[in-house]
Design a protein around this ligand. Structure first.
Ligand code: BGC
Length: 543
């Protein structure tokens, strides 16, 4: 008899074991959320007196700079569809909704002389609706939509922006701070400064390498610090919230890990991309990373700029004023780049001067066999997320890290199993880091719904919800990934075996999709991106 029982017990034990290994649990107090940003979803670009932002200006005046020549004038129309947005956050079981405020919806000209009641009301209603469902609003004060009138004064390159940004921030803290307990001053200063001023990648599209992006960074850091000091002095004790900043970088993997040069290039790249903003705020000594200060000073001298480095200097007092101005470390990351040194004399690849030339490192994704996505820059390498979180932990040891954005694009469709795989893998990598001692306290998936993806228009989709951009009310339908994220958020658990089929609502939407033209009017790309789950599992195991 025992002869039979033993193998059965062993079989059951092995089944239980494999079921357990398909699930992984997050800490009980882990904070789950989902994100969006004003220009990307709201539309209503001039509704109720809203002023013009740099994205309105760019897309209206230079449509040829946008992949599908479209703009965010209506986008997902969240200006009118916000109640549905809140329902979606609820459906996802997300405890937090991270969204941003449009400066020109609140102050049409950027200055406090003209405040729009309609703008204040819009966000106030959204916040109340979230709270009604027990969802915590996490508000980004600036997510890239600078008032055009302020841009005409130089935008972030003009120090005048510091008090003006502070006025805007003060108003929103006064208006919403009674109900909003998590604030982010600025989303991705690297993108704001280098991609907007150094390169022609984001509005205001300066394409002026090597100088204005450093001026921008200097003012962004000071403006951020002023707002945090103001919050701490005037609001924090009575409102009881937290304030921080969200930075971004890809993980910079040495192209050849056995090469000292490549490892140094990777470290340099992290210091330039992330340290540029993180070091002044989160390091013990403050100020820009040493490697940036020295390289830019030396190169500026060689290039004939004399003793004034292109990277502005902080005074000792400013260094102290900026250091420590964050209650949490917000990080956005999507992918990994391979990095190698730009040769001995650092020539050839980049304009001189430029940020990349100053960094002296070259990035590539050529030759990797990482799964691709709907965006050329985004390849799937979950181990990079783990490495990045470990790097942040070693470098700054912040007590609270929030992954404020992570997600993947495709070119459309509801059966987004590739996105499901991405989330399972990246969340596993986050959990690995937590288990190795990193203080990651929350995770916000990007994005709640398909939206305007900046210079690629509507051609790349990051949403958990599909948006029918051709329907008058911009119908939203959950993708398969929305069902999976809802399950993860609800149970605090990643379950590799949970791969739901489309539900009834989705099937109806899918039938409609196949009879209507759902692709952006001018985009030729189509087809969901997919890759093998086994391949991805292998990647995850490569620790
Ligand atoms: C930005 C988002 C953007 C996402 C995907 C982040 O850099 O904050 O606005 O949609 O990346 O490209």
């Amino acid at each position: 008899m025992f002869k039979f029982i033993l193998p059965v017990l062993l079989l059951i034990a092995s089944c239980l074991d494999s079921a357990a290994s398909q699930t992984r649990r997050f800490p009980d107090d882990f904070r789950w959320g989902v994100g969006s940003s004003s220009y990307q979803i709201e539309g209503g670009w001039n509704a109720d007196g809203k002023g013009e932002s740099i994205w309105d200006f760019l897309t209206h005046n230079y449509p040829e700079k946008i992949a599908d020549k479209l703009n965010g004038d209506i986008s997902a129309d969240s200006y009118h569809q916000w109640k549905r947005d809140v329902q979606m956050v609820k459906e996802l079981h997300a405890g937090t909704y991270r969204f941003s405020l449009s400066w020109t919806r609140i102050m049409p000209g950027g200055y406090k002389n003209n405040v729009s009641t309609a703008g204040i009301e819009y966000y106030s209603n959204l916040i109340d609706e979230l709270l009604r469902y027990n969802i915590t609003p996490m508000v980004t004060i600036y997510h890239w939509d600078m008032p055009q009138r302020l841009q005409e004064l130089g935008g972030w390159t003009n120090p005048e922006i510091i008090p003006v940004f502070k006025d805007y921030a003060r108003l929103v803290l006064e208006m919403f701070g009674d109900r909003v307990k998590t604030w982010t001053t600025i989303n991705e200063p690297l993108h704001v400064c280098e991609c907007g001023y150094g390169l022609d990648y984001m509005a205001p599209s300066y394409n002026y390498p090597g100088i204005p992006s450093y001026l921008c960074g200097h003012n962004v850091l000071k403006a951020h610090a002023e707002v945090v000091h103001m919050y701490r002095e005037l609001f924090q004790s009575q409102q009881g919230g937290r304030i921080g900043i969200t930075m971004d970088t890809s993980w910079m993997e040495p192209k050849d890990v056995t090469s000292t040069e490549d490892r140094e290039a990777s470290e340099r790249a992290l210091q330039f991309y992330l340290g540029w903003f993180a070091h002044p705020i989160f390091s013990k000594e403050g100020n820009y990373p040493k490697v940036m200060i020295e390289r830019i000073r030396n190169l500026s001298k060689e290039q004939g700029f004399g003793d004034r480095s292109r990277l502005p200097e902080f005074t000792a007092e400013e260094i102290q004023r900026i250091r420590g101005t964050a209650d949490f470390f917000g990080i956005n990351s999507y992918t990994t780049k391979l990095v190698y040194s730009n040769g001995h004399n650092n020539t050839g690849k980049f304009p001189v001067p430029s940020f990349n030339h100053d960094m002296g490192a070259v990035e590539t994704q050529k030759g990797v066999d990482w799964p691709s996505s709907g965006s050329s820059w985004l390849k799937v390498y979950p181990r990079g997320m783990y490495n990045l979180l470990m790097w942040i932990h070693r470098e700054y040891n912040p007590p609270r890290i929030l992954v404020t954005e992570n997600g993947v694009s495709d070119r459309g469709g509801l059966e987004d199993y590739a996105r499901v795989d991405y989330y399972n893998l990246y969340l596993s990598a986050v959990l690995d880091a937590i288990e190795d001692g990193v203080n990651v306290k929350g995770y916000m998936a990007w994005s709640l719904m398909d939206s305007y993806e900046w210079k690629v228009g509507f051609s790349e989709k990051f949403g958990l919800y599909h948006v029918d951009f051709n329907s008058p009310n911009r119908t939203r339908t959950p993708k398969v990934s929305a069902l999976v994220m809802a399950q993860i958020y609800k149970t605090n658990t990643i379950d590799w075996s949970y791969r739901p089929k489309l539900n009834e609502e989705q099937l109806v939407a899918l039938a409609q999709l196949s009879t209507e033209n759902q692709q952006p009017k001018t985009s030729g790309a189509s087809g969901a991106v997919s890759w093998s789950l086994t391949g991805l599992l292998l990647l995850a195991l490569l620790r």
